[in-house]
Design a binder for this molecule. Structure first.
Ligand code: ATP
Ligand code: MG
Length: 338
């Protein structure tokens, strides 16, 4: 569990904002990911949580080497992935796979499930010689809980949850080491979500997979994650183990996100402080100075506008938090922000 399979160092991804049709002029940058560092250990699940637009999918695309970072590095087993080419790049493409939110839009409707799941073998024929592919695809269907007899069906003949299983089978085809799951259950009914999460958990145990698991909501990733990272406007604001994030969160944004998680127990519900975040997430083109969360934070002081708080372990805490006034959760109960 100690080997770092992925290391992300000061990762930055900015997209230019242009004006004009013929003579495009750059008038600013969307700071989608803006200085993010973390590591993923072998066999670990790292949950990544944050509101819409905070840079989660951008991070996923850069991790997958589908986009080049503006600055910083992604190291896969110590190697900078943006420097790979030829055979080394092909091997990396095998080792890191992506499962997306809506497999329906990513699955070609004219291809049978057998062709869809077998497609990765066309690019990596060494994994499954042509003659063995149908058998392999049937094994994969079985592995993800689909009927191998349905190999000739088309995506539209499956339900949402089943289509997500097709997406997972496709991601598994090349026996990867890492799967980046970008909101894989967000589009599914709650009961189906649990089934897909259980499947991902079973596959992890069986194949020793490492997951980066992206979600909007802290409650979704809790069960599966060994550690959770909370993102806000392109930055990581807190990272820690399940206990550290859910029992002892110190960043006000994490506390606010947690306060939005429904509590089933009515006695607990009464004692729980409600933090309602005011306003929307500011634009990533011109994020607030200093701490990006300060415009919505009930603890903000002058220093928050002046100094960018680093993601570091704060006094009295046991895990990194990017808040000048990071404090344990008890403080939440005394602050009602409506
Ligand atoms: N190719 C692109 N060109 C320009 N801006 C982009 C591009 N991709 C993403 N962005 C912008 O970068 C920011 C982060 O987007 P991203 O999709 O990574 O967020 P997200 O956290 O995945 O959001 P969601 O929860 O809605 O999926 C957004 O402001 C988005 O509009
Ligand atoms: Mg996204």
């Amino acid at each position: 569990m100690t080997e770092n399979i992925i290391e992300v160092r000061d990762l930055v991804k900015h997209y230019p904002v242009t004006r004009g049709v013929v003579f495009k002029k750059t008038i600013g940058h969307v700071k989608a990911v803006d200085g993010v560092s973390f590591e993923l250990k072998a066999g670990e699940t790292l949950g990544v949580v944050g509101e819409s637009g905070c840079g989660k999918s951008t991070l996923a695309r850069v991790l997958m080497n589908l986009e080049r970072p503006t600055a910083g590095q992604v190291l896969y087993k110590g190697q900078d992935i943006s420097k790979l080419s030829g055979g080394a790049l092909r091997r990396l493409r095998r080792q890191i796979q992506l499962v997306m939110q809506d497999p329906y839009t990513s699955l070609n409707p004219r291809m049978t499930v057998g062709d869809l799941i077998g497609e990765p073998f066309e690019i990596h024929p060494d994994v499954a010689p042509r003659g063995s592919r149908r058998t392999k695809v049937k094994e994969l269907l079985d592995l993800v809980g689909l009927n191998p007899e349905h190999i000739n069906r088309y995506p539209h003949q499956f339900s949402g949850g089943q289509r997500q299983r097709i997406g997972i089978a496709r991601a598994l085809a090349l026996r990867p080491e890492v799967i980046v799951c970008d909101e894989p259950v967000s589009a599914l009914d709650v009961s189906i979500q649990a089934q897909v999460m259980n499947l991902l958990e079973k596959l992890q145990a069986e194949f020793g997979l490492s997951y980066v698991f992206i979600a909007h909501d802290l409650s979704v990733v809790r069960h599966l994650s060994d550690r959770v990272a909370v993102m806000y406007l392109g930055k990581m604001v807190e990272i820690g183990t399940e206990d550290e994030i859910y029992e002892r969160p110190t960043h006000p944004y994490t506390q606010a996100l947690l306060s939005a998680v429904p509590v089933p127990d009515p006695t607990l519900r009464e004692s729980k402080a409600i933090i309602r975040l005011q306003g929307d997430v500011p634009s990533p083109v011109s994020p607030p100075s200093g701490c990006r969360f300060r415009t919505r934070c009930w603890k903000a002081q002058d220093v928050c506008a002046q100094e960018v708080p680093l993601l570091q372990i704060r006094p009295g805490s046991d895990h990194p938090s990017a808040c000048h006034f990071a404090e344990k959760r008890e403080i939440v109960a005394t602050h009602e922000v409506a």
